[in-house]
Design a protein around this ligand. Sequence first.
Ligand code: DAT
Ligand code: MG
Length: 149
Amino acid sequence: MERTLIIIKPEGVQRGLIGQILARFEQRGLKFVGLKMLQMSPALAEEHYAVHKGKPFYTGLVKHITSGPVVVGVVEGRGAIKMVRTMMGATNAAEAAPGTIRGDFALEIGYNIIHGSDGPETAAREISLFFKPEELLDYRLASESWLYE
Ligand code: DAT
Ligand code: MG
């Protein structure tokens, strides 16, 4: 099983999309093993987006992600990292396919509603930025025996 970090960005919270976005992952069969709401500090945002430091959009990105409450979750499932990325859609929401979260709920690149880790190392790093080990739960969903062959 793989774990990955998702963030419902401030525009997703403000637009009342928390429930619909979480529901998509639940409906797919993915399991939340950690979930909370918080407002990111500039230091946390800079650390989270460190890979983009120096790019023209970095300052605006940090300003935006810290501008209001976000929902942060850890999603677990077989191949969860790639699956979540596929469900999110293209970074530029204007080009994201219908049926994806960005393609159904967003119009622009900076207000693209959701973050998801892009690989195993990033996922481990990002999860540890937002969650203490004891905040992540090991449990079995009753549905798992009907989801995994
Ligand atoms: P993703 O969020 O799909 O992993 P990314 O890691 O390349 O995309 O960029 C992180 C975020 O930064 C992205 O969700 C929105 C913002 N961003 C990326 N490229 C941008 C650009 N060219 N102009 C403005 N914002 C951008
Ligand atoms: Mg990224």
